[in-house]
Structure formats: structure tokens, C-alpha cells
Ligand binder design. Structure first.
Ligand SMILES: Nc1nc2c(c(=O)[nH]1)N[C@H]1C(S)=C(S)[C@@H](COP(=O)(O)O)O[C@H]1N2
Ligand SMILES: [Mo]
Length: 156
């Protein structure tokens, strides 16, 4: 059997058990460089809040509204990889993932994609997903709301 690909469609049962870790993740760039990004590294970048976010779980119902705060993926990329790219693979420590097309970041939006470290004014706990990707435009099944980001892989 082929190894499990976290970016392929899969069942929607969310994992409620947080893996160990402090919210840091690996950033893999197209030039082969790999670095560790901590929550403190995210906190020095511009901070954006997006309110009225819902996590629409097909397993345990909808939660929210939440105000998530963090750095937009757009600002994150402007800082760490301002060059062109085709996609960004955001993969969690527990093997869950979602792909963002770089085109998606070009659209200016009042509800941009975030690498979130805060919820309703408080630091996100590890249990609640630190660091969590929030895609506010996704309102169906929460498959883009990746908790416990472990790797951000920029694909050229
Ligand atoms: N790392 C990780 N993120 C994940 C999942 C998961 O299993 N692992 N499940 C997804 C699904 S299917 C849902 S419904 C939501 C659940 O988020 P919640 O636990 O905050 O309600 O997380 C999404 N993000
Ligand atoms: Mo889900």
C-alpha cells in the first residue's frame, strides 16, 4: 500500500489529542534550506486578527465564533520567501495537511489565511492547535483548519 499522503483527501474525524511540542514548526524552502520557526518568530511579524471564524467539524459540530490572531500566510511568505512559488504544503505533526496555492495569497482579503497563535485574545494552547492554520473562507468541513502545524513546505 502507498504510504499515507497527508495532502490527499481523507476522512474527517478530527484528532482531539494534541501531540507534544510548543507550536514550533519546520520551514522548508525551495532552495533546500530548512529552519525552525517558533511562535516568538511569528510574533515579531505583523499581527492580523480575523473575527467571526467558525470551525465546522463534521465530527463534533460547529464551534465559534472565534477571533483568531496571528500572522497572515501572505506576510509570513513576504518575510521568509518573497520569491515566486506555486504552492505551500502545511502539514501537522499528527500527519494532517492542506495545500495552499500561492495564487490564493495574491487576492487581498479582509479574511486572509493565518498562521494563528492566538484565540479570543489569549495564546492558543497546544490542545487548541498551536500553531494553527486558519483559512476563514473554508466553511464546510474544517479540512483546511490545520492544528499543530509541523512543517510548512514551500514548493517552487
Ligand atoms: N492537525 C490536525 N488538524 C486538524 C485535524 C486533525 O485531525 N489534525 N482535523 C481537522 C478536522 S476534520 C476538523 S473538523 C477540525 C476540528 O477542529 P477542532 O478540534 O478545533 O474542533 O480540525 C481540523 N484540523
Ligand atoms: Mo472535519
Amino acid at each position: 500500500m502507498a504510504p499515507h499522503d497527508p495532502l490527499q483527501p481523507h476522512s474527517h474525524d478530527p484528532n482531539l489529542t494534541p501531540p507534544s511540542g510548543d507550536g514550533s514548526f519546520e520551514l522548508e524552502l525551495p532552495n533546500g534550506r530548512i529552519s525552525t520557526i517558533s511562535v516568538a518568530d511569528l510574533q515579531v511579524l505583523p499581527k492580523t486578527a480575523v473575527s467571526d471564524c467558525y470551525i465546522v467539524s463534521t465530527g463534533h459540530g460547529t464551534s465559534g465564533p472565534f477571533t483568531f490572531e496571528g500572522v497572515t500566510l501572505r506576510d509570513f511568505m513576504a518575510h521568509y520567501w518573497p520569491d515566486a512559488c506555486s504552492s505551500i504544503e502545511v502539514i501537522s505533526v499528527d500527519g494532517f495537511g492542506n495545500r495552499v496555492m500561492c495564487e490564493e495569497l495574491k487576492e487581498t482579503s479582509t479574511r486572509p489565511i493565518l498562521l494563528a497563535y492566538q484565540i479570543d485574545g489569549n495564546l492558543l494552547t497546544r490542545e487548541k492547535g498551536l500553531t494553527r492554520m486558519i483559512v476563514p473562507s473554508e466553511i464546510d468541513d474544517a479540512l483546511r483548519q490545520v492544528k499543530w502545524v509541523g512543517t510548512v513546505r514551500v514548493v517552487s
